[in-house]
Design a binder for this molecule. Structure first.
Ligand code: ACO
Length: 333
């Protein structure tokens, strides 16, 4: 693990839309049930954005709470990274909207898309800038309004996802033992078809300015549920094993595991294969569903605010998603 240039967790925040959509609230035409959804996924309800909520507005609210928890001002930030697959618009980045909402200096602000792995990608990028000394404090946000891209007539996907945002402020370690970290990122674009959301690709390029171009084409998130299930179980097992081996740690050395909040059945299947105490697992997907890039920072914020995690704890972070992408991290917060 890297110890020389530690990266400390300075504060966390989250923001969940007020409206809850419970399993029983889906229309009869969807032909689903609370029993089916709970037994297959562990999800009981999920939050749905109000008309005025966007990924940037939820991300901004989460960022304000993270800054408050860190006892810092927007002026203290040197960079903003937002992980999202549902930015308010293609340009500008959600991170720029968050920067403007906070009233920051003209610090760099950009989005990254690594699907459900995006927050760990963002955290790892932040760690690099802090380790080189180019930045002292960075805001990393995971924010999604997946209800905008989910097909509510497709029962195989719409029951899985929810909206929300989580944020962390990280900074250079103070030399008191906190800040050790190890992050490893992966991607395999050959399995791009497992989870996809078509965007501009649907529109033909304007090879001739006279050619009529469709203006309202829109597609929904599509997923090969069975293949994603197998990939996710295998990936959790591999990432937990690799993280422990690379950091020379055993399960007893880990205080809390925060996996991407994908599906209880996936998490159970993976941990049944790992000799790991399941009471160390942080899971809140029963209340929020899968919030993609927001799931880990929302869970981390809940862990900090409820006392399940505290400064100085060693957490194991596990993420995987579209791309395919996946990442693991061991971090002494
Ligand atoms: N309610 C009722 N029936 C349903 C529902 C539903 N919500 N969804 C699917 N079914 C039906 C199917 O239509 C099918 O019916 P059929 O046999 O008549 O054709 C039947 O249930 C079985 O379908 P399967 O796809 O085999 O169901 P499975 O037990 O595999 O569960 C699920 C489906 C929950 C999607 C599962 O494959 C899964 O969890 N996959 C992982 C997907 C995931 O969590 N992705 C998250 C996004 S990606 C990420 O974050 C990494």
């Amino acid at each position: 693990m890297s110890t020389s240039f530690g990266v400390m967790l300075l504060g966390t925040g989250s923001s969940l839309p007020a409206r809850s959509l419970r399993n029983g609230d889906f229309p009869a035409s969807l032909d689903t049930s609370d029993e089916w959804i709970r037994s297959r996924t562990g999800i009981g309800e999920r939050r749905i954005a109000a008309a005025g909520d966007t990924s940037a507005s939820l991300g901004l609210a989460a960022a304000r709470r993270a800054l408050e928890a860190a006892q810092l001002d927007p002026a203290d930030l040197d960079m903003i990274i937002c992980a999202t697959v549902t930015p308010d618009m293609m340009v500008p980045a959600a991170a720029c909207l968050i920067q403007s909402g906070l009233g920051c200096r003209p610090i760099p602000a950009f989005d990254i898309n690594a699907a459900c792995t995006g927050f760990l990608y963002g955290l790892s990028i932040a760690a690099q800038f802090i380790r080189t000394g180019s930045c002292r404090r960075i805001l990393v946000v995971g924010a999604e309004t997946l209800s905008r891209i989910v097909d509510f007539s497709d029962r195989t996907t719409c029951v899985l996802f929810g909206d929300g945002a989580g944020a962390v402020v990280v900074g250079a370690a103070d030399g008191q033992g906190r800040g050790e970290h190890w992050f490893r990122l992966y991607a395999d674009g050959s399995r791009a078809d497992y989870i996809r959301l078509n965007g501009a690709r649907l529109r033909p390029p304007a090879s001739s300015p006279a050619e009529p171009r469709p203006t309202d084409e829109f597609d929904f998130l599509r997923m090969n549920g069975r293949e994603v299930f197998k990939f996710a179980v295998r990936t959790i097992i591999e990432l937990v094993s690799e993280s422990l081996a690379e950091c020379n740690l055993s399960p007893a050395d880990i205080d809390l595991v925060i996996p991407h909040q994908v599906n209880q059945r996936i998490i159970d299947a993976a941990f049944a294969d790992l000799n790991f105490p399941t009471e160390k697992l942080m899971v809140n997907l029963d209340r929020y569903g899968n919030t993609s890039a927001a799931s880990i920072p929302i869970a981390l914020d809940e862990a900090m605010r409820t006392g399940r995690a505290a400064p100085g704890d060693r957490v194991l972070l596990i993420a995987f998603g579209g791309g395919l992408t996946w990442a693991g991290g061991v971090w002494t917060i």
